[in-house]
Structure formats: C-alpha cells, structure tokens
Design a protein around this ligand. Structure first.
Ligand SMILES: Nc1ncnc2c1ncn2[C@@H]1O[C@H](COP(=O)(O)OP(=O)(O)OP(=O)(O)O)[C@@H](O)[C@H]1O
Length: 450
C-alpha cells in the first residue's frame, strides 16, 4: 500500500503550521485525500505537534523535452479534414515494425491503422482520444492517463490500439510498445524464470507509450502486482498508458481493487455496437482494400447495403463476408449479385444478441418499481419494505447477468456471497408458489430486457 500510494509523494515545504506535499497525478491526490488525509496529518503531528494542516498538490509530471522536438510524429499524410490518408505508406511499415519487435512487442497487423479505421457515432470519442495519444510528443503534458477503451467482441479495440502503435512509432521520437495482456504475462514470467525480471521491468519503464490489449486476460497475483507497479511507474513519470478490455474497469473482477480504481482514474471510453452506417462504411473500405489486389472485384451498393443491414454482430463478420464474396467471385469467375450474397453469408446472419443487462439497471428498475431509493437497496436497512426489493434485485442480478455471487454482494453494499445466495433461493422459492410475485418478477425482467 505504501508503494502504491506514497512512494511518489514529495515534500515541497514546511511552514510553521502547515506542510506542503505533492504527488504526480490528480488520481493519487484525490485517493490520498479521501482515504489517508487524517492519518498523514496525525503522522506529521506525532513528529511536529505544531502542524495543523497538510496541503496536497499535483506536481507536473513531464519528462525533459527531447531536442528532436520538431520531428514529425506521424508519418501518415493528413487530409484537410484532419483524417489520415487511407493506407500507411508501405515504406513506413518495415522500420516501424522492426522497432516495435525490437522492443519485444506483440505482432502488429499492417492493415490496422488510423487510415483504415472508419469513424461512426459509436467510436468517435474513442477514435479522437486514441488519435490524440498517438500524436502526442515526448514532453507534452499527458491529458488522459490511462486511456481505457472497452467494448464487446470485434468492435475495433485492437484495430484502434494497433493504429496508435503504428502512428506513434512512425516518428523517431517516441517508443510505443503494444502488448497483449497474455504477452505481458508471458514476458514477465519468462523474465522471472531467467532471473532477468529487473531488466524486463526497466525495459518496460523505458518506453513512452505502453499499449495493453485484452486486459481481461491478465491473471495471477504476481503478474497483477507487477502490472500495477508498471502502471504506476509509467503514469507517474508522465508516460502514456493505453488499455483495451471487453468490460469497464469496475467489472474486471479478477483484478485487485487498487488496479481497478487506477484504471478508472483516467479516461474510460466505451465503444458501442457498430451502427448500420458504420457497418456500411467498414464494408466499403474493405472492398476498396481488396480491389488494390483484385482490380476486377466489385460489390454493387445494394449488396453492400444488404450486408450492412443483416450482419449486425461485429467487424470480424463483416470482414468475413467480404472475404467470402471475393473468394466466390474469383473462384467461380462470377460477378457478385444480391442472390449470391444471400446464399454465401447465410450463416453469418445471427439472431439478435440478448441485451447485456447491468446490475445498476436492475437496481434502478427495482427501486422504481417498489418505490424505494437505490441507496436503500445498498444500505444495511432491514425493514420489510427494503428487504424484499433488495432480494428481488439480487435474484435478478444472478439470473440476468453473468456476475458471480461475491461480485453481486460487492455491488449491493459490500454484502457477503452467502447473503446473495440466501436472497436468490428465497425468491426462487417464493416465485414458485406466489403468482403475484412471479408476475412482478416477470414484469421486471421484461422491462430490463426491452
Ligand atoms: N471502426 C472500424 N473501422 C474499420 N474496421 C473495423 C472497425 N471496427 C472494427 N473493425 C474491424 O473488425 C474486425 C475486428 O476488430 P478488432 O479485432 O479490432 O475487435 P476487438 O474489439 O479488438 O475484438 P476482441 O474483443 O475480440 O479483441 C477487424 O478486422 C477490424 O479491422
């Protein structure tokens, strides 16, 4: 705890009755103020009884500006509208990739650049934040740290993170390292085994931007602790950290509470599912990319519109659909028609995925139904008018979400998992014999699933 919260605290000055301390980030400042201000003051008073106040401020965390300040950061040529030109120049790919590999990063796909990333309503903010990070220069103040992007499967997280890496590494000034969480774990475990863990840590801390993909796969206490230290060390030194995962930080159940709050302390951006316009844009850009190698390949607009309307799931299925049409038209030497498209992509058209229900939604809907407040549900009050709605809400949380009993307990005011289990069993039993309650629960389920 000391090294997480206090190791980077500095003493700025001591006046007669007050002490001035500083920490490198706003997050650390607010955490220490909320959780430790009284203890810090009493520690001072034990040494210097005349001290009555401890002031805590954020000191600017900047690295020394590099002499190569004017060097261009992104090799991607820009259009008037500020977007990058369609493809990263082929000549830029080899050296960037080589630099990245020399740093021990995970492999990069040369197609995943800002140029090929299509912007739509669901990803505008994530894209703008990623772009800002990629264009930052060594020594610039870091605006949001960490930048945390989350979304469901196949909605463009990896694409965006790799785009940051390509663009960031295309200048000579900064080193951007892209690692999947698995590669991070593997790197750390291998370093421990070969007793080079120190060198591994130093190498990580020597980079300007650390990009970690699929954080939900980070496992193991030691690796997590190491990840936490790396995160703290990088952020405190004014370096940028970018993270992607399939859920928000608060839902990363296997991670330590401190890591979760640190992750939530930067900018957290959700990318929602791809809208129809965005799907059409992605399909068009895929066709354009395919035509670079297969000039005769053409997909009429009505076919693209049909695909955008029917393949709603994720970007990977859109890519798969274009690949199939390409393969079919090449192998059979036939033009792409609507009929052929319908036949080829039949299995990619999936039924609508059930809506992902959040525990907060359940608490809100149940509180409204029973005319209590959400804080009543989370409180320790045990009056009948609160106990039953709370049990119903816990029951719904267990049946409508994938959350575990301990996680549900935590989200209901820090209750034990046995309390949740008791509530679930109680409502299950009542629903079986009490039709009024059974109807009520059914109604709540419907409201939540709408
Ligand atoms: N906005 C977009 N513009 C262009 N391509 C996109 C976009 N969003 C997704 N894609 C494409 O969809 C496919 C899946 O995207 P990606 O691998 O980035 O998803 P992900 O969110 O990282 O998925 P996972 O959760 O499985 O890691 C890729 O081929 C990607 O290029």
């Amino acid at each position: 705890m000391y090294s997480s919260w206090f190791a980077r605290m500095d003493l700025e000055s001591v006046q007669s009755e007050s002490v001035h301390l500083s920490v490198p980030t706003r997050f650390l400042k607010s955490w220490i103020q909320t959780h430790y201000s009284d203890r810090v003051l009493s520690c001072w008073q034990a040494e210097m009884p005349q001290v009555h106040r401890v002031d805590l401020t954020v000191r600017t965390a900047m690295r020394c500006a590099s002499p190569a300040k004017d060097a261009p950061v992104a090799a991607e040529p820009r259009r008037d509208d500020g977007r990058a030109a369609p493809e990263l120049r082929a000549t830029a790919i080899a050296p960037v990739s080589a630099t990245h590999e020399a740093l021990g990063g995970s492999p990069l796909d040369p197609r995943l650049t800002f140029g090929s990333f299509v912007i739509g309503r669901s990803n505008t903010l994530a894209h703008a934040a990623a772009r800002q990070v990629a264009e930052g220069r060594r020594g610039d103040p870091v605006m949001f740290n960490p930048l945390y992007i989350h979304s469901g499967v196949g909605l463009g997280k990896t694409h965006l993170l790799q785009a940051v890496t390509w663009a960031g590494n295309s200048g000579t000034e900064r080193k951007v390292l892209y690692l999947t969480a698995e590669k991070f774990m593997y790197g750390f475990v291998a370093a421990l085994k070969s007793q080079t863990a120190l060198a591994f840590k130093e190498a990580l801390r020597g980079i300007d931007v650390l990009v970690i993909d699929d954080l939900q796969f980070l496992q193991g206490k030691t690796t997590q602790a190491e990840f936490c230290h790396t995160l703290n060390a990088l952020i405190d030194a004014g370096r940028q950290v970018v993270i992607a995962a399939d859920r928000p930080p608060s839902d990363l159940e296997s991670l330590d509470e401190r890591v979760r709050s640190r992750l939530a302390g930067g900018l957290v951006v959700e990318m929602a599912s791809l809208g129809e316009d965005l799907r059409l844009g992605i399909l068009k850009s895929r066709v354009t990319a395919a035509r670079a190698h297969h000039a005769s390949f053409d997909v009429p607009l009505p076919v693209l519109e049909y695909l955008a309307r029917t393949i709603t799931h994720n970007g990977r299925d859109l890519e798969g659909a274009i690949n199939r049409l390409l393969a079919h038209s090449k192998l059979n030497a036939q033009p792409v028609t609507l009929e052929m498209a319908e036949r080829e992509i039949r299995d990619l058209v999936r039924p609508q995925e059930p809506k992902r229900i959040k525990i907060e939604d359940i608490q809100r809907v149940v509180a409204r139904q029973y005319n209590v407040s959400r804080s009543d549900l989370l409180s320790s009050r045990r009056t009948a008018n609160v106990v039953r709605p709370r049990q119903v809400a816990m029951y719904l949380a267990k049946t409508l979400t994938l959350r575990s009993l301990p996680e549900i307990g935590r989200r209901f005011g820090g209750r034990d998992h046995t309390t949740v289990l008791h509530a679930v069993r109680k409502i299950e039993g009542l629903v079986a014999k009490d039709t009024a309650l059974s109807d009520e629960v059914e109604l709540l389920k419907r409201q939540l699933q709408e």
